[in-house]
Design a protein. Structure first.
Length: 196
């Protein structure tokens, strides 16, 4: 069995991996995400994933794989991360409703035994329902959208507001399992060795 270290505090990423038979060791990177502000969406997601991974590698056990992930929603060419405030979440939903965006998740995977890192992004198109102002206000009042990329979840209360997905569903939750499998293989390891 290969130990996977998840360099993320995301409960959704952790649950996705657990549901897939992987019990990762969680080490939160604590990186300042604002240091890469201004980058295009894919570069930002990948850059933050790499930064999280690099930060955690020195704390990881020998012979482990360290996974850093970061997600942003690309809408009108802009990278939308976590809104943090109710006002910003409301503004985002007013712009997103009835439209589609692309959820981009950067993945960086380091093999602590060799020091090799591989990285890539996964992109999934998300179609949003045409929410009323009252629905937006009610959703934002739950505080769920404040702490997640794009101000929505597909695996929580926000699931009712996502009318369709083109691509990997797990990517929208925060980690693309098919991409993780590819990255593990690129490092010469076996994905099934991650199963607990």
């Amino acid at each position: 069995m290969t130990v996977l270290v998840l360099a993320s505090q995301s409960p959704a990423r952790l649950q996705t991996l657990r549901n897939a038979g992987i019990e990762p060791v969680v080490i939160v990177s604590g990186v300042d995400e604002s240091q890469l502000d201004g980058l295009p969406p894919r570069e930002l997601a990948l850059g933050l994933a790499q930064l999280k991974c690099e930060t955690v590698v020195p704390q990881a056990p020998a012979d482990a794989l360290v996974l850093g992930c970061d997600s942003v929603l690309e809408l009108d060419g802009l990278a939308l991360g976590k809104p943090h405030t109710a006002e910003e979440a409301i503004r985002r939903w007013q712009a997103m409703r009835g439209r589609s965006g692309v959820l981009v998740t950067g993945h960086a995977l380091t093999d602590t035994a060799t020091g090799r890192t591989v990285s890539a992004t996964a992109a999934t198109t998300v179609h949003f329902a045409d929410l009323s102002d009252a629905e937006i206000a009610a959703y934002v009042a739950t505080e769920e959208p404040l702490h997640v990329a794009g101000a929505f979840t597909v695996d929580g209360r926000g699931g009712a507001f996502v009318t369709g997905i083109e691509g990997d569903h797990h990517n929208v939750v925060g980690v693309s399992l098919p991409l993780l499998r590819d990255l593990v293989a690129e490092l010469g390891r076996s994905y099934t060795d991650l199963w607990s």
